[in-house]
Design a protein around this ligand. Structure first.
Ligand SMILES: [Zn+2]
Ligand SMILES: [Zn+2]
Length: 420
């Protein structure tokens, strides 16, 4: 890693409209890519735009399989696929990319492998990680577009916050039995558009609060919710999500905060428009990002606090954007360091050898004089390539651990070449 992890370059983050004319030299008649000849017959189609597009697909279950399949057929190959789970037998009836031999393998990596088989020009990679706790926010900054194939509100909330933070559209899908919904949320500079969080009603918040109230136990249970779904409806909704992505990438009209609702039994479709909630707290877009040379394994908490203070002045704090469990302490005196996101801490870990339940120290924000000054960010549980936020009053500056970029993005790391 770098000898001076805190050396920085300043970059204006204004990434609200990254699309379209990245590839002005879109050649329709190159004769090389016969694979896409029929697609190019659509008069506005730009294959080069699609092949340059950077997407994050979160969830490689029933919906994620359809999304990745469609993206690959279309020649969209710069995909980071994120999922936490392994392939089970029961996935096979709903997952076009998985085979019986794949049982026990990771969904994300397997889906990426199949993406590269479908489209040999693809550089899709998989990341096995919990999207809320273990995925560095730099991945969402890297992407042009975030596509969700998720089955829970918590992960949607997180993706939505990431989308707004970096000004990237978030295309969400949800399926249950024969019904499904697809919708696109687009952060806008004028801050008029509704976001996913704006759509949540009282009942949604109650459910979320119930799950959060008893943090450790509930988070464990959260992982086990299984929704009954069919490959047919995931095919329909996954296709709509990808088609909307293609439209957006081409600069075609895509309705922000409007849902396509499909009812499979009656074959009815509806469009539902969401209103922006003026009290919604999810609309923070970082107008300034500082790229650090270091990664989460290099930079210490005190180095980061010092930088925050240099940038924003005395009293600046560091917001790590998630709850981190730093340690367990027991009444018997035993103390263990944890350094992991709360979402990745198992309930059993809170038990002490002496039989008592230990108290967890949870950190979300750090300020000058923090007892963690000497700790490196990775020890605290901050993921590689994360973007932590320096705050003071109403000012916020993102600090990207850009030194991790090439390790995390691998073949997708194209900064310096096409970074617009
Ligand atoms: Zn909102
Ligand atoms: Zn104890």
């Amino acid at each position: 890693m770098s000898s001076d992890p805190i050396r920085i370059t300043i970059d204006d983050a204004g990434a609200i409209e990254p699309r379209a004319e990245r590839s002005a030299s879109d050649s329709r008649a190159d004769g090389v890519d016969d694979r896409f000849t029929r697609l190019r017959q659509i008069h506005w189609w730009k294959q080069e735009t699609l092949s340059a597009a950077r997407l994050v697909v979160v969830g490689a279950g029933a919906l994620g399989n359809e999304i990745v399949k469609n993206l690959s057929l279309l020649g969209i190959g710069k995909i980071m696929i994120i999922d936490l789970d392994r392939i089970e037998m029961s996935n096979l009836a709903r997952s076009v990319l998985f085979r019986e031999d794949d049982i026990g393998k990771m969904k994300a990596e397997t889906a990426a492998l199949r993406a590269r088989e479908i489209f040999p020009g693809s550089s899709a990679i998989g990341m096995t990680a919990d999207v809320c706790g273990e995925v560095g926010a730099g991945i969402f900054r890297w992407a042009d577009l975030i596509v969700g194939g998720l089955d829970n509100r918590e992960a949607r909330l997180h993706l939505n916050r990431m989308a707004w933070r970096f000004g990237k559209p978030f295309i969400d899908g949800a399926i249950e039995q024969l019904d499904g919904i697809a919708r696109t949320f687009i952060p806008d500079p004028a801050n008029q558009n509704a976001c996913y969080e704006c759509t949540l009603g009282e009942r949604d918040w109650q459910l979320l609060a119930q799950r959060r109230s008893c943090a450790l136990l509930s988070r464990e249970q959260m992982q086990t919710g299984h929704t009954p779904t069919t490959p047919t409806v995931s095919s329909i909704i996954g296709a709509i999500e990808v088609q909307e992505a293609v439209k957006w990438l081409h600069g075609m009209p895509v309705s922000p905060a409007e849902a396509f609702v499909f009812r499979g039994l009656s074959l009815e479709t509806d469009r539902v428009r969401y209103m922006r909630n003026p009290t919604c707290l999810a609309h923070e877009t970082l107008s300034e990002i500082v790229e650090l040379d270091g990664g989460s394994g290099d930079v210490t908490v005190s180095e980061l606090l010092e930088l925050a203070q240099d940038l924003l002045g005395e009293g600046a704090v560091i917001d790590v954007g998630r709850d981190l469990v730093t340690r367990f302490a027991c009444a018997c005196g035993k103390i263990d360091w944890v350094g992991r996101a709360l979402s990745r801490v198992r309930v059993g870990e809170a038990m002490c050898d002496c039989g008592r339940v230990r108290e967890a120290t949870i950190v979300h924000q750090m300020e000058r004089g923090s007892p963690y000054g000497d700790r490196r960010l990775a020890e605290m549980g901050v993921p590689r390539f994360d973007v932590v936020v320096a705050r003071k009053e109403d000012r916020a500056i993102g600090l990207e651990l850009a030194g991790d970029g090439s390790a995390v993005l691998g073949p997708l790391h194209d900064r310096g070449l096409t970074w617009a």
